[in-house]
Every structure is written in C-alpha cells, then in structure tokens.
Design a protein around this ligand. Structure first.
Ligand code: 13P
Length: 256
C-alpha cells in the first residue's frame, strides 16, 4: 500500500455554524495557512454560505463543499438541493451520510448510496461517511458494521466510481465528544475499509481510494492520526472552526 499515491484530504465540516460575514472572515484566515498545503483543503459550509465561500476561495487552492445533496435531479422535494444546483454554485465536494444525517434525519444506507451516485454523476466529489456506534464497538462488531455500510453505500458502483469517492471513517462515539479514536483504532478501521474495497474491486482501486478519519481530530492529535498508513487526511468538525487549529491539521497532513 503506497500512501504517497493517494491524495490526502483535509476537510472542515462546519455543520450548522457561521454567518456569511463569519464565513468570509474564517476563509480569509485559512487562506495563508493553506497556501503551501501538501494536501487538498476543503471547507464544507452551510448551503446559504456556499456562494460566499466560493467567492472567497477564488484564486486559492481551497475547495468548497456542501454538507448534503439530494439524489433526484429536480422535482417536489421540499427543502432539498440537487447535485446540479451544487455544481452551478461552484461546489466541488459534498459530504454524504454523515452520522448526524443518519441519526436525526432518517438517512439510510440506501439513500446514502443514491446520493453518492447522484453526486458522482454530476461531477462532484462525495465524502461518504461511515462509522460504528459506541455500543456496536463495545459489542465487538465494528468490522461487520463498517463493512456492511461500505458494501451497501457503494453497491452497484464501478471501480472508477469507487476511486472518485472519498470515504470518511467517523466512529460515532468520537464525534463532538472529545473522545478520539486512538491512531491504532483509526488505522485499523481505515485498513479494514480498504480491504473490503480490495475484495470487491481489486487492490489497485483500494490503493487509490482516499480514506479519512473523523471524530475529535484536533491540532494536537492530527499528526499521529494522519501518519497511519491507511489514513489519508481527516474530516474535522469543531477544530475546523478555528483557523489556527485547522492550519495545524493542514500542516500535519502535508508532511510526506
Ligand atoms: P468533531 O471534529 O467536532 O468531533 O466532528 C467530527 C465530524 O463530525 C466531522 O464530520
């Protein structure tokens, strides 16, 4: 497995935070910190801040992402946004199947599968989230849970589609709790995901897929996590809202 063949992606998931002026200010702070990044840098902002963010990153190496996308092209789906709408807005990435969507908004493996497929068809890069609950880890079924999610969420995908998808391993018990997975736990789960993909699509595809870790990643623990052979960057919540912390994480992921 050659980690250097893969693109490490550091993506901030701002969740439901920041006004438009705050978005502009935070991106302006991140710009110099990302200028020499040796990894891809993405900010995933609320829908209403996309236009501001896309304008603010013009001429930089920072990419903008959304936090959800619907699978239909258009129609009577109140409150939803299509992949074409995101493309039109200048968005490159979209987070899909975050555990908060699964937990609070009825997202299922079936809808995650459809959303990722729609995003890929529109030319967006999906950041597809998987991860086990605390009681699943305690029951020692992390491997089964994560393997099942990968198999269902990517069911029917070609190897080319799998390669274009960024996968975020986010153990649900580590999100917003300050409880980070150890680097061994993160590395083991990302390695498991890669082996599931290798079985389904072959080693070349598995070696090419970017697999991030997410869950209480911060300026202090990022270096150790992203140094694991199967961890290709991170999906960061809380720490992505502070430019200095986000900058440290970018720096950690830029070390070759
Ligand atoms: P925290 O970094 O705040 O734990 O959030 C992680 C996350 O959910 C990123 O998508």
């Amino acid at each position: 497995m050659n980690k250097n063949l893969r693109k490490a992606v550091i993506a901030g998931n701002w969740k439901m935070n920041k006004t438009r002026p705050e978005t502009l200010a935070l991106i302006n702070e991140i710009k110099p910190l990302a200028a020499d990044a040796g990894c891809e840098v993405v900010v995933c902002v609320p829908f209403t801040n996309l236009e501001t963010a896309v304008g603010a990153v013009k001429g930089t190496n920072i990419k903008v992402g959304a936090q959800n996308v619907h699978f239909e092209k258009s129609g009577a789906f109140t409150g939803e946004i299509s992949a074409d709408m995101l493309v039109e807005a200048g968005v490159d990435y979209v987070i899909i199947g975050h555990s908060e969507r699964r937990r609070y908004f009825g997202e299922t493996d079936e809808t995650v599968n459809k959303r990722v497929k729609a995003a890929l068809q529109a030319g967006l890069i999906p950041i597809m989230c998987v991860g086990e609950l605390l009681w699943e880890r305690e029951a020692d079924i992390t491997q089964e849970v994560v393997a099942r999610q990968i198999k269902l969420d990517m069911a029917g995908f070609s190897s080319a589609e799998v390669k274009k998808t960024v996968i975020a391993y986010e153990p649900v018990w580590a999100i917003g709790t300050g409880k980070t997975a150890t680097s061994e736990q993160a590395g083991e789960a990302c390695g498991l995901i890669r082996s599931v993909i290798a079985k389904l699509h072959g080693k070349d595809t598995a070696n090419a897929v970017t697999i991030q870790y997410g869950g209480s990643m911060n300026a202090q623990n990022a270096a150790e996590l992203v140094a694991m052979p199967d961890v290709d960057g991170g999906l960061i919540g809380g720490a992505s809202l502070k430019s200095a912390d986000f900058g440290e994480i970018i720096k950690a992921a830029s070390v070759k």
